[in-house]
Design a protein around this ligand. Structure first.
Ligand code: C5P
Length: 237
């Protein structure tokens, strides 16, 4: 399942109607989509079901983080929605990640377990905040590699990270350990609030398995063409 190389569209819409209207533009393809907290809290399981029925693969980006027993039970429920990828915070510990995997496996049909991915450190966390607020001494990169190694030890399939971190994660955890990477921008386009950005072609070169692309596609004048450009440059299609 690793090294699948696909573009995941971040469907960061406030309502299910807006998400469906956006996806109606895609007539010839069924993009892999990411449902984050905003859309999930607005549209609940109904929007997951609808997108599934329409044939989309789904990354449910809810970033679970709680005691292992609670996460295990929650993952079992999420697995019943027939999604393709889901995630937890690695800072919940190896025990929590292992419990998440157990719940996800229990709740999935045989051979249908969604990929389980860990968030290492949010890209919004600065080196300064890491040291001064979270009281973590090592550098961001060392923390990311250590958290990724914990995720791998717990049996997870990969991590969410910047494409710039893919290389160090793969070095530590092996090439089959998936990297799912947001922060994608073309050099000729707006950066929005992303600071460490990478083009789809560079993300491919750096070893990302999946790129997560939001506004460069959702806010484009021609979203279908923007998606196809990402696919060409990242997947070589
Ligand atoms: O619009 P944009 O391409 O910046 O969207 C990126 C998506 O990836 C958003 O849904 C954002 O929440 C998510 N994300 C991110 N950085 C992370 C983790 C998730 O940008 N470290």
């Amino acid at each position: 399942m690793a090294n699948a190389k696909d573009v995941i569209i971040a469907c960061d819409f406030a309502t299910p109607e807006a998400a469906l209207e956006f996806l109606d533009k895609f007539k010839d393809e069924k993009p892999f989509v990411k449902i984050g907290m905003e859309l999930y809290y607005a549209g609940g399981n109904e929007i997951v079901r609808k997108l599934r029925e329409r044939g989309h693969r789904i990354f449910l980006d809810l970033k679970l983080h709680d005691i292992p027993n609670t996460v295990r039970k929650a993952m079992k429920v999420l697995a019943s929605h027939d999604i393709d990828m889901v995630n937890v915070h690695a800072s919940g510990t190896r025990e929590m990640m292992a419990a998440a995997l157990e719940g996800l496996t229990e709740g999935s049909a045989p051979g249908r377990r969604p990929l389980l991915i860990a968030v290492t450190q949010l890209t919004s966390t600065s080196e300064q905040a890491l040291h001064e607020q979270l009281l973590i001494g090592p550098s961001i990169n060392d923390t990311i590699v250590a958290y990724a190694a914990n995720a791998k030890a717990a049996g997870l399939d990969g991590v969410v990270c910047s494409p710039l971190e893919s290389e160090i994660v793969k070095e530590a955890c092996g090439n089959d350990f998936c990297t799912v990477t947001p922060g994608i921008r073309y050099p000729d386009a707006a950066k929005d609030d992303q600071s460490r950005i990478t083009s789809p072609a560079d993300a491919r070169r750096l070893g990302s398995d999946y790129i997560v692309v939001g506004r460069p596609i959702t806010a484009a004048a021609d979203p279908v063409e923007a998606y196809r450009r990402c696919k060409r440059d990242f997947c070589g299609e």
